[in-house]
Ligand binder design. Structure first.
Ligand code: HEM
Length: 268
């Protein structure tokens, strides 16, 4: 049978022509519709190449047990306290100079002269206490709700490391203003570390950057406070949240399992 030759863009026999697309009516999009669809197109373009929406759906659309309450928000609150510390810390680092002769002066400049400096420094300083309190409250919630038990033991262990790292942030940050209080309090803290069994003396030598407290100590504390510990915290929060998503949250201890008569029948 001879093949039917159709002109380009012609509608095959038996099919209706497609309705005109919104916009000008000539099949093309008007400028307003193009602008409205631009965002969707960009998101689609990225998603087609990365499949990120699948991961996002996996993370966000989860079953949550009945009876979850405000206590379950403490982990997220701790995470937002950390994010606030990260953002305010970046701005403080723009002015801070970790040398024994300039550190105090650079902090004085931030507090008294820089635009919104006192506000940003205040947020960072008070935020550090807020974060410690929130992490402790969150740990208490997971403990009293029995969330440390099987299968979430690993998440508890990661949490303990996060707690130690949060305390390390407070300890190393305390020295940075390099005033009398910071200096003497850190000497006491480093000496306390030195009394620990086996690794104690090595730990205090590492923190001091040698046997004596000096310029190296300050730059060492700055590097630990700015780079090492925040990097570890980010990585561990990632692992912590992955496990929360994978395992789900624990139901409150007072909530009872739903009655399932079919299962009871199967038991007999
Ligand atoms: C930087 C510190 C921390 C952050 C940002 C953080 C964040 C979170 C978040 C967002 C959740 C899910 C929501 C919730 O249950 O509150 C969670 C769950 C959990 N966290 Fe943390 N956490 C931190 C420290 C800790 C600590 C110190 C522990 C314990 C030692 C811990 C143990 C757990 C456990 C066991 C769960 C699972 C809870 C459940 O199944 O109900 N976390 N964490």
């Amino acid at each position: 049978m001879p093949r039917l030759k159709l002109p380009a863009h012609a509608v095959p026999p038996g099919l209706k022509p497609a309705p005109p697309r919104p916009g000008t009516g000539n099949g093309r999009l008007g400028p307003l519709d193009q602008a409205a669809e631009a965002g969707i197109t960009v998101v689609d373009w990225i998603d087609e190449r990365t499949s990120l929406s699948g991961g996002l759906r996996w993370m966000l659309f989860r079953k949550v047990p009945k009876g979850t309450n405000w206590f379950y928000t403490l982990g997220s609150a701790a995470m937002f306290a950390f994010l606030s510390q990260a953002v305010t810390g970046v701005f403080l680092a723009m002015y801070y100079d970790p040398s024994p002769t300039h550190a105090y002066e650079s902090i004085r400049y931030v507090t008294n002269d820089a635009f919104l400096g006192q506000f940003v420094r205040g947020m960072h300083k008070w935020g550090s206490s807020v974060m410690v309190i929130l992490v402790f409250l969150h740990m208490g919630r997971t403990f009293f709700f029995g969330a440390y038990k099987y299968p979430r033991e690993l998440n508890w262990v990661i949490g303990v490391v996060l707690l130690i790292l949060t305390m390390t942030m407070s300890f190393t940050g305390y020295l940075l203003p390099f005033d009398q209080r910071a200096y003497w309090a850190t000497i006491v803290g480093v000496n306390i570390n030195g009394t620990g069994p086996l690794i104690g003396p090595y730990l205090s030598d590492f923190l001091r950057g040698g046997g004596e407290f000096g310029a190296t100590t300050l730059s060492r504390f700055y590097a630990i406070h700015m780079l090492l510990v925040p990097g570890l915290i980010v990585a561990l929060i990632g692992a912590h949240l992955y496990l929360v998503t994978k395992l789900g949250t624990t139901a409150p201890p007072w909530s009872k399992a739903e009655e399932t008569p079919e299962l009871r029948e199967a038991e007999v």
